[in-house]
Design a protein around this ligand. Structure first.
Ligand SMILES: *Cc1c(COP(=O)(O)O)cnc(C)c1O
Length: 388
């Protein structure tokens, strides 16, 4: 006899709990860049991706308020049937400029951008080659496209070459992140570019954690490493992390952008991003460019964290970005330490499968310009108490 829906689901939920994989969704009462309040208690937070501390910037909030007066709260329709606004056009032009590309297209989220771009470019006859550690949205994008997904070992170019050499039919799309979201390390971009050219593959880079943080003006990995649109023809990013706002984007040639606009179902069949958020993003891009002290201070904090964290017995990852994970392996152990830290008033993210591969559960420490060196000292002292 078939189990009823609820009995079937209860079994699945119980399994999730037994494997220490259950996700908890605590509700926050407010946020500031470095702190968050839960149940009237204030915590020091190392959990957000607001690396430059822009989510509360007065000029950005002001821009959103003004746009709300002009456009209202919702965008009211999909882009193709009346939802498209001047604010979107302006944001797209600014994104093209920041990334030094001809053109850009804004999606509602970074997640939808990866779904839309990959599925607009390849189909079942093609192949997607993705780093073992890419974000779920890239995997889901490949699934949506129906192109078989081939994974290569993390940042392992010879393994990628081996995989590429096996296929000569259809188009090949190589996808990597610039800064890996759960590891904080940076892909060997120049090598990826060379391999893509050698194998006539298309290269797509997801700069979700590089845009705003990397490059003198925050233009991301392409600015930092001098990568042209010929090098990286398909560049994807988000406005929801260092930009402090909301939305995703793809940047590249006019032809690429027009094709994505025409063919990406996650662009076509959803309501446009509220224009107040587009206006906020536009203002934030200007601040990202001009307030260079934010990136400089962030680098100071990263260096300070790494010096202090070297005192711990916990292993550090080779990361020079604000993402500083401590890989512990065991799901239960990660949850236990996360809870102990919370009892001491400190929040860090416990990252477990399937966000990361099995046996690589970790504490993900995320630094931002709202933190002080004293905040880092407090975190390190609390971590010291967790060492066996
Ligand atoms: C966060 C993230 C996304 C999704 O971006 P959202 O705007 O949050 O939907 C995509 N790719 C990577 C690598 C990410 O870390």
């Amino acid at each position: 006899m078939k189990k009823s829906l609820n009995i079937f689901l209860e079994t699945k939920l119980l399994e999730q709990q037994q494997q220490h994989l259950f996700r908890y969704f605590h509700a926050r009462q407010n946020t500031f860049t470095s702190t968050a309040q839960y149940e009237n208690k204030e915590y020091l937070a190392f959990t957000n991706n607001d690396y430059l501390g822009l989510s509360h910037h007065p000029a950005i909030k002001n821009a959103a308020q003004h746009a709300m007066e002009q456009y209202g709260v919702g965008s009211t329709a999909a882009h193709s049937i009346g939802g498209h606004c001047h604010a979107h056009d302006e944001l797209e032009q600014a994104l093209a400029q920041s990334t030094q590309r001809e053109s850009a297209l804004v999606f509602s989220t970074g997640y939808m951008t990866n779904l839309g771009v990959i599925s607009a470019l390849v189909n079942a006859e093609d192949r997607v080659f993705a780093d073992r550690l890419v974000h779920a949205s890239i995997i889901d994008g490949a699934h949506l496209s129906c192109a078989p997904l081939i994974r290569y070992h993390h940042n392992n170019i010879s393994h990628l070459k081996l995989k590429l050499a096996r296929y000569d039919q259809g188009h090949k799309l190589i996808v990597s992140e610039s800064v890996f979201s759960m590891d904080g390390d940076i892909a060997p971009l120049h090598e990826l570019i060379a391999v893509a050219q050698e194998h006539q593959a298309w290269l797509m880079i997801d700069d979700a954690h590089g845009f705003g943080v990397l490059g003198k003006q925050g233009g991301g990995c392409c600015e930092q490493f001098n990568l042209t649109a010929d090098d990286v023809p398909i560049l994807v990013g988000t406005l929801s992390k260092a930009i402090g706002c909301f939305g995703g984007f793809v940047a590249g040639s006019k032809t690429l952008i027009e094709s994505v606009r025409q063919f990406a179902r996650p662009y076509l069949f959803t309501t446009a991003l509220p224009p107040l958020l587009a206006q906020a993003g536009l203002t934030s891009l200007e601040i990202v460019k001009t307030e260079t002290w934010r990136r400089e201070y962030l680098q100071d904090l990263i260096a300070y964290f790494r010096t202090r964290a070297a005192e711990l017995n916990f292993p550090l990852m080779p990361s020079n970005t604000p993402i500083q994970p401590i890989v512990l392996g065991d799901n239960e152990k990660v949850m236990k330490i996360q809870n102990h830290l919370r009892e001491r008033g400190i929040l860090v993210a416990a990252i477990r499968p399937p966000t990361v591969p099995a046996q690589t559960a970790r504490l993900r420490i995320s630094l931002n310009v709202g933190h002080s060196k004293q905040d880092i000292d407090r975190l390190i002292d609390a971590l010291k108490k967790e060492e066996d």
